[in-house]
Design a binder for this molecule. Structure first.
Ligand SMILES: [Zn+2]
Length: 363
């Protein structure tokens, strides 16, 4: 039985740490290419510029258009090559970081990630989720290298809209359940090997931090304050969930997420919101006890996460729509393969159908 553990080179988190971006980047190259959208660049460019002042390095910025699509990756790869950059840095949300990772992989140069929102566990991973121009899930690219550095400025994270932080909590909440399922079913991680004890322990710690600090952390972010709970939950979302999912394994929660991206009504829901509903579907599919499901529904509701399709903005889905979600989720090449039994598209549609009723039964 072969096990693999892999992780980014360095993870640094604190309020104000963005001021060290130049120092971190020049350890990996002399000329950096920054992938950032206009909003993020407006927010960070002054600090980024200053951070390079005292270094021998230079940088150029490429405007990220908003979608991590094949076309956008190609366009920014060409721009990076033209600039002669020898290190790529993604600044922003998961889509800009995933694009930066794919650009760096195509050019075989190191990449650094600077998440400005804690909305998912993309910053530490070696994976890019590529979407079609219609916004539906298209492909998961796995790269040979992890980010060389991950720089997380908690002052920036706490200033961002709370719904992004909630998305991160939802994404991280599923990590332990998916790692546990992968462990018990004899499944594999994104490295195609068995999970390590370390990956499993990190996923467990991620879950514990969320349960102990999520409510306080959401309060902190709501008022733009950096508290110790904000630090703990940011680390759980970005570092522990990232290491936990890659080294612990994904399961039905993320498979159902991929299916939910086909629902037009849910298109404005965040990654973590869809993963939370995917997690509840996973629990139903695995035959979890009422108490377990009740516990997760109560926690999700208490922090403001969705617990059914209606909360995602899909009030009356057709049977065909639900079956399509099920068909995409049941794809055996995806994370559903880590479930202990074969799960059909019909059973996934059924699981999603009961979630809204379950929620109203508890409330
Ligand atoms: Zn995720």
């Amino acid at each position: 039985m072969k096990r693999t553990f892999a992780a980014p080179g360095r993870y640094t988190q604190s309020a104000g740490v963005l001021a060290q971006l130049g120092d971190q980047a020049v350890q990996h190259g002399t000329s950096a290419f920054m992938v950032a959208d206009d909003t993020v660049w407006e927010l960070t460019s002054e600090t980024v510029e200053k951070s390079f002042d005292a270094t021998a390095g230079t940088f150029e910025r490429g405007r990220f258009g908003g979608e991590c699509s094949a076309d956008e990756i190609d366009r920014l790869t060409a721009a990076t090559a033209r600039s002669g950059a020898d290190v790529v840095v993604g600044i922003g949300g998961g889509k800009s970081l995933d694009t930066a990772k794919s650009v760096a992989a195509r050019l075989d140069v190191p990449v650094g990630t600077v998440p400005t929102i804690a909305s998912n566990d993309s910053p530490t991973s070696s994976i890019s989720i590529v979407y079609g121009e219609d916004g539906a899930f298209a492909d998961a690219e796995t790269h040979c290298r992890h980010p060389e550095f991950v720089l997380v400025d908690t002052a920036v994270i706490a200033e961002a809209p709370t719904h992004w932080f909630l998305s991160g909590i939802g994404d991280a909440l599923a990590t332990w359940y998916e790692a546990k399922t992968t462990w018990e079913s004899g499944g594999t991680t994104v490295f195609d090997d068995r999970p390590t004890y370390t990956g499993r322990a990190l996923a467990r710690t991620c879950y514990r931090l969320l349960r102990e600090h999520a409510t306080g952390a959401v309060r902190g972010v709501e008022s733009g304050s950096v508290t110790e709970s904000v630090e703990a939950v940011t680390e759980a979302i970005i570092l522990l969930s990232g290491l936990g999912f890659e080294n612990g394994g994904l399961a039905a929660a993320h498979a159902v997420h991929d299916g939910l991206t086909t629902l037009p009504g849910a298109s404005s829901a965040t990654h973590g919101e869809k993963v939370t509903v995917g997690l509840l579907a996973q629990l139903v599919l695995e035959g979890a006890t009422d108490r377990t499901i009740d516990d997760v529904v109560t926690f999700a509701t208490s922090v403001g996460l969705p617990t059914g399709l209606a909360d995602l903005g899909v009030s009356d889905p057709s049977s065909e729509e639900l079956l399509e979600v099920g068909r995409v989720a049941a794809d055996s090449a995806g994370p559903m393969a880590n479930e202990p039994t074969d799960i059909s598209a019909e059973r996934i549609a059924d699981a999603l159908r009961v979630l809204d009723d379950f929620e109203s039964a508890i409330r």
